[in-house]
Design a protein around this ligand. Sequence first.
Ligand code: 5AD
Ligand code: SF4
Length: 445
Amino acid sequence: MKKFYIETFGCQMNVHDSEKVIGTLVSQGYQQVETPEDAELVLYNTCSIRDKAEQKVFSRLQQFKREQGKGKVFAVLGCVAQQEGGKIFERAPHVSLVCGSASYNKLGDLLVQIERGDKRVTGLSLDTDETFETPMTRRDNPHRAYITIIEGCDKACAYCVVPMTRGPERSRTSESVLEEARRLADAGYTEVQLLGQNVNSYRDSSDRGWDFARLLRAVAGVPGLRRVRFTTSHPRDFVRDIIEAIDDHEVLCNHVHLPVQSGSSSVLDRMQRLYTRDQYMRRIEWMKAARRPIAISTDIIVGFPGESEADFEATLALLEEVEYDSVFSFKYSKRPNTPALALEDHIPEEEKSRRLTVLQDVQRAIQLRRNSALVGSTDEAMAEGFNNATGQWIGRTSQNRTLNFTHALHTAPGNGDNLIGRYLPVRVTRAGANSLAGEAVLSAN
Ligand code: 5AD
Ligand code: SF4
C-alpha cells in the first residue's frame, strides 16, 4: 500500500481541506502515516496569509531535500501553491505536485499522473463554479466536525492574498449542507462548525436561494446537534437576522467572530474593508442588545501602511469600547500581488512590534476583567480532552471560552466513565486572561 504523510498549516478551512484530501487519498488506496520518513508521498497543505506562514513550507521542503534520492514524492497544496504556482518547482526542484484548493476536485487525476511518473504536475485553475465536495472526508475529532458552506472570497481587502489563493466565491446548495449535517449528527457528532472565508455572503446555489441566516436556522433544527458554530464573518455582510437566529435557537452558539482589523475609519478605507468604524459599532450594538449573551471576538492588524499614532489609538479605544472576549492580533505583513503593496508610508518593523505589544497588553487586561466577572457563575462545558499535567478536563463553552474543570467522580479518562464528548454544568471558580477553571456541578440524584 502506498503511504502518505500530510502536514497542514493555516486556518480551519485548510484543516478541513486536508480532511477531504486525506479522504480522497485513502479512497485511491493510500494509507496515512505519522512521519514523513515513513511516507512515499509527502504533502504540505500551506498558508500564505503572512510571510512567516509562507516561509514555513519552504523550510520544511529544504529540510527534506536530501530525501530526494530515496524516491519520495513531494506535493505542495493550498494557498502557497496557488500563489507561487510553477515557481515552486524552481525553488524546490524535488516537488512534483503543486495544487491550489480550487483544483482539489481534480486531485484524483493529478495523483494518477504522479503515479505514472510525471515530475511536474499542477492544478492551479481558479475558474471553477464547483466547491470541493467528496464523500470520503476523513475526520479525526469524533465530536466536532467542519462543514464547508462557501468557498473563495469576492472581497478585495488591500492586505489579503485570499481572493487570489482561493478564487471567487461559490456556495454549496442548502440541501447538500443539510444532508451533510444530518449525516454527521447520525454518526454521533454533536457539534458542527460551518466554514467559509465569508459565511455571511452565503447564497444557496439552488432554487431555494436561502441566505446565511436561513441556512443557520435550518442547521440548528437538525436532530442530534447540540452546538452549531460558524466562521468567518465579514462586518459588511453581517445582518441582524443572524443575531435573531442566535436568539431563537439555543443550538446556535452565542459567539460571533467579527474581524474589525482597525478602529480607524481612514485605515479601514485604505484597507478597502467597505465599512466605517460607526457601521461596525452598530453591529456590535445589535449583539449587545441580543437576549442571549453573545461573546464577540475579532482580528486586528497593526501597522497597516499609513497607520498613524492617532489611528492606532483609535483601535485601542475600540477594544475598550467593545470589550472583546478574545482578539487575534497581527503585524501587517506585505503580501505578493496585493493592492496594499502600492501604498506609501510602510511602518518600520520595530514600530509594528511595539504597537502589537501595547495592543495585546490592553486586551489581556480586558479579558482578565471580563473573565473574572464570571467567577461564581455556572455554564455548560463540553469536555474536549483531559490534561494529565493538571488533572483537569479541558472544556469549552458555547461562548467559545476554555473552561477547564475537575469532576469529583470522574478524575481521569481511565477511571470509570470518560467525560470526553459530554456536556456538563460547571461552576466557575477561577479566571485567567485566556481561560476559566471550575468544578463540574454534580446532579442532585
Ligand atoms: N498581514 C497581517 N495580517 C493579515 N491578515 C490577513 N492578511 C494579513 C496580512 N497581509 C489577518 C487578518 C485576517 C486574519 C485571518 O489574518 O486579520 O482577519
Ligand atoms: Fe492561510 Fe488564508 Fe489560505 Fe487559510 S485561506 S490557509 S488563512 S492564506
